[in-house]
Design a protein around this ligand. Structure first.
Ligand SMILES: Nc1ncnc2c1ncn2[C@@H]1O[C@H](COP(=O)(O)OP(=O)(O)OP(=O)(O)O)[C@@H](O)[C@H]1O
Length: 277
């Protein structure tokens, strides 16, 4: 489905160059929900932009269903952290959600059907005539998610989408993403710097090193499929996985692509959790 092979990105400026991504390789299968976590500044946004075809990599390749990504692919939608900047203040909720559909030229009836459905699934059917500035931060992010849902993407890329909302809203939105993922069968790559979120949400968590970035570990999250904020987060397995990812992130801060051996391969302790359950 989505393949990242030997991806490298070097930003070159007049006086300096920054090697943000060194050599990233991983695969995301159709219908998977994968989280990507790493220390601040490790290149998560850079990676996501390369995957979305918004940034040209220096080396390596991203491909979707075997086709190289060299511009925004038609079946992909992206939700960014800054919902305030992705919504248009002068358009109401309905028009904001409908905007990307205009390019598809589906006809008014089909467009209305998709927008109504998207607003329904994110719980904003009653707010369709409101303007973004009349909504809370959490509701605005729901509008951004509805916009992505209405587009009927095969792949949904999310870049720290809940970083700017309060903890309670964040928990609700996490559950919304899991519900949408299960109901719509969409493939999701969710970038976060929040360790709890990285464990709670996905089926796998890819842990990145500091810049220049490599994959430190691709961890299977073997929590039950049915998750809820109260029981899942208080389960012993959640605590173990959380501790493991936390530990890896701490090590990641002292590790980058300059070191040959990935952190996960250097310690028996780090494989402890994988053999359990
Ligand atoms: N346009 C740019 N020009 C030069 N360097 C850049 C540019 N964008 C990002 N970088 C550098 O690339 C590295 C990775 O940045 P990026 O924003 O991808 O990291 P991140 O993991 O998303 O950060 P955060 O966790 O803080 O959101 C950083 O060292 C950053 O300074």
């Amino acid at each position: 489905m989505l393949d990242v092979r030997n991806l490298q990105k070097i930003y070159t400026g007049r006086n300096r160059s920054v090697e943000a991504l060194r050599n990233l390789t991983f695969h995301i299968g159709a219908g998977e929900l994968v989280c990507l976590v790493g220390p601040s500044g490790c290149g998560k946004t850079t990676l996501l932009k390369c995957m979305a075809g918004l940034l040209t990599p220096t080396g390596g390749e991203v491909s979707l269903d075997g086709r190289p990504v060299d511009g925004p692919p038609p079946g992909m939608a992206v939700v960014f952290q800054e919902y305030g900047r992705s919504l248009f203040a002068w358009m109401n909720v309905r028009d904001n959600v409908a905007l990307p559909l205009r390019r598809k030229k589906l006809g008014k009836a089909r467009e209305k059907e998709l927008v109504d459905h998207a607003l329904e699934v994110v719980g904003l059917a009653d707010a369709h005539q409101a303007y973004p500035w009349q909504l809370s931060g959490g509701m605005q992010q729901r509008v951004a998610i509805a916009r992505a849902v209405a587009f009927e993407p095969k792949v949904l890329l999310m870049d720290e989408p809940f970083a700017a909302v309060d903890a309670q809203t964040r928990a609700e939105l996490e559950d919304l993403i899991r519900r949408l993922w299960r109901e719509l069968g969409v493939t999701v790559l969710f970038v976060t710097h929040d360790i709890d979120e990285a464990v709670y949400l996905g089926q796998r968590t890819i842990i990145l090193s500091t810049s220049p970035t490599v994959v430190l570990e691709d961890l299977t999250i073997d929590l039950p499929d049915e998750r809820d904020q109260l029981h899942t987060r208080s389960s012993p397995r959640f605590a173990e996985l959380r501790a493991h990812v936390y530990e890896q992130i701490q090590r990641a801060k002292h590790h980058n692509g300059d070191t040959d051996t990935p952190v996960a391969d250097r310690s028996d302790e780090l494989t402890l959790h994988k053999s359990e359950s």
